[in-house]
Design a protein around this ligand. Structure first.
Ligand code: NAD
Length: 420
């Protein structure tokens, strides 16, 4: 097992550390360990974009494909100034484990471009997206690698990717991406799938811990696709959302925030700050509030060795990918925090992405209630499989989720053989 000194700051080191722990418990064996530890392919591209002021700028982009063992690679594309290859490598592997946890026939991939979307015009974002797609064209496709939205990418970006790919293929290939607008082959229920998956697993955790006697109090960090949907669905389910935040800071009301009104407010103001009848707090304070459940839904490494001792929530349900560091995991476990790990809690998005891919390939679209009921079934089954694994092998829920996933991928690799 490798010794890492940077698991608190480097998402890739944290992922490999967790992989190592689970691989040891599974007695994976040296060959399988090596096979699964490394990605299959890392692609770096330099993307030229003509800016609106006439200058040419070069942006760096990545696509990492971790595993094809169980099917085509699947994973989001993020646009952010701090994207790194290590981060994308970590998230690509996490996608392999996530798809295996919910048992859908995909491997894992992730993409990213170093850019600052709020500072770019829609035209610049479109040209960036199309040129990046053109540069990774031969590596993506319905049978090979199917991108999806992630931080700062959305249905519009997916529509541009689908159109660029289709123009080169000389036919409309809707199944090349998921998270598309419904009118372009998207799935009913995809937009809210990640948030809905969080609600379903949170509800199972609350039942498991016998906390159903009163509405749970919840703090949510991040109010984008994942955080705002989780907040809306939890609010509709009777949960008391006491705090939410975005990149600018947080708001708090111990009596509960009206999320329906907050969504109308953020639609106009583009931030949660200034919402009436709330106290302004920092993003760090949101994480440390007294509440039943904490749902980090912004970005990675938010809960670390320094603030983990201050977390008061009984349940940590990870909406974001990698919000908790390995050292924080140990502290939270010692303090009895019940963890719903990211590769389970936020797997609703990729589950409905799988449903979207199936519908595109069939050319036959399901009713929203069918999508939702299949999503519920998948999330509830996966929650109990992970918790069952944890109890059987006497490990924490994160290690259990990794073990369940690695075992499923390793089984397939053994059947297929190494071809090495
Ligand atoms: P998004 O861009 O829609 O929203 C991100 C939110 O987090 C915004 O409210 C932003 O203001 C806030 N934020 C960003 N940096 C922050 C910081 N440093 N501190 C506090 N808040 C910050 O992105 P999203 O799609 O909602 O993704 C959020 C997380 O969920 C990411 O980790 C992503 O990988 C993960 N995720 C997303 C999906 C999906 O379907 N979109 C699926 C699975 C996992």
């Amino acid at each position: 097992m490798e010794q890492f000194t940077d698991t608190e700051t480097n998402l890739f080191s944290a992922m490999v550390y967790r992989f190592d722990v689970a691989a040891q418990k599974l007695n994976l064996g040296e060959g399988l360990y090596k096979f699964l530890r490394y990605p299959t392919r890392e692609i770096s591209v330099y993307v030229p974009v003509l800016l609106d002021d006439g200058r040419l700028e070069i942006f760096k982009g990545f696509r990492v494909q971790h595993s094809f063992a169980r099917g085509p690679c699947k994973g989001g594309i993020r646009y952010a100034p701090d994207v790194t290859l290590d981060e994308i490598k970590a998230l690509a592997a996490e996608m392999t484990w996530k798809c295996a946890v919910v048992n859908i026939p995909f491997g894992g991939a992730k993409g990213g471009i170093i850019c600052d979307p709020p500072k770019m015009t829609p035209g610049e974002l479109e040209r960036l997206t199309r040129r990046y797609t053109a540069q990774i064209l031969e590596f993506i496709g319905p049978e090979t690698d199917v991108p999806a939205p992630d931080i700062n990418t959305n249905e519009q970006v997916m529509a541009w990717i689908m159109d660029t790919y289709s123009m080169h293929a000389r036919r409309t290939v809707t199944a090349v991406v998921t998270g598309k607008p419904v009118e372009l082959g998207g799935s009913a229920g995809r937009r809210e799938a990640t948030g809905r998956g969080i609600l379903v697993t949170a509800r199972e955790a609350i039942k498991k811990l016998d906390m159903t006697s009163k509405p749970p109090t919840v703090a949510i960090q991040g109010f984008g696709n994942v955080g705002s949907t989780a907040a809306r669905l939890m609010h509709a389910d009777g949960y008391k959302i006491v705090a939410v935040s975005d990149i600018h800071g947080g708001i708090y009301n111990p009596a509960g925030i009206n999320i329906t009104e907050l969504l109308a407010f953020t639609g106009k103001n583009k931030t949660v700050l200034g919402f009436p009848n709330t106290e302004r707090i920092s993003n760090a304070e949101v994480l440390e509030l007294p509440c039943d459940m904490l749902v980090p839904s912004a970005t990675e490494n938010q809960i670390h060795a320094k603030n983990a001792p201050n977390i008061k929530a009984r349940i940590l349900c990870e909406g974001a990918n990698g919000p908790t560091t390995p050292q924080a995991d140990v502290i939270l476990q010692e303090n009895g925090v019940f963890l719903v790990p990211d590769i389970l809690a936020n797997a609703g998005g990729v589950t409905v992405s799988y449903f979207e891919w199936v519908q595109d390939r069939y050319g036959y679209f399901w009713r929203e209630e069918d999508v939702t009921s299949r999503l519920h079934e998948t999330m509830i089954r996966s929650f109990h499989e992970v918790v069952g694994f944890a109890e059987k092998f006497k490990v924490d829920n994160r290690t259990a989720a990794y073990m369940l996933a690695i075992d499923r991928v390793a089984h397939v690799v053994k059947m297929r053989g190494y071809y090495a």
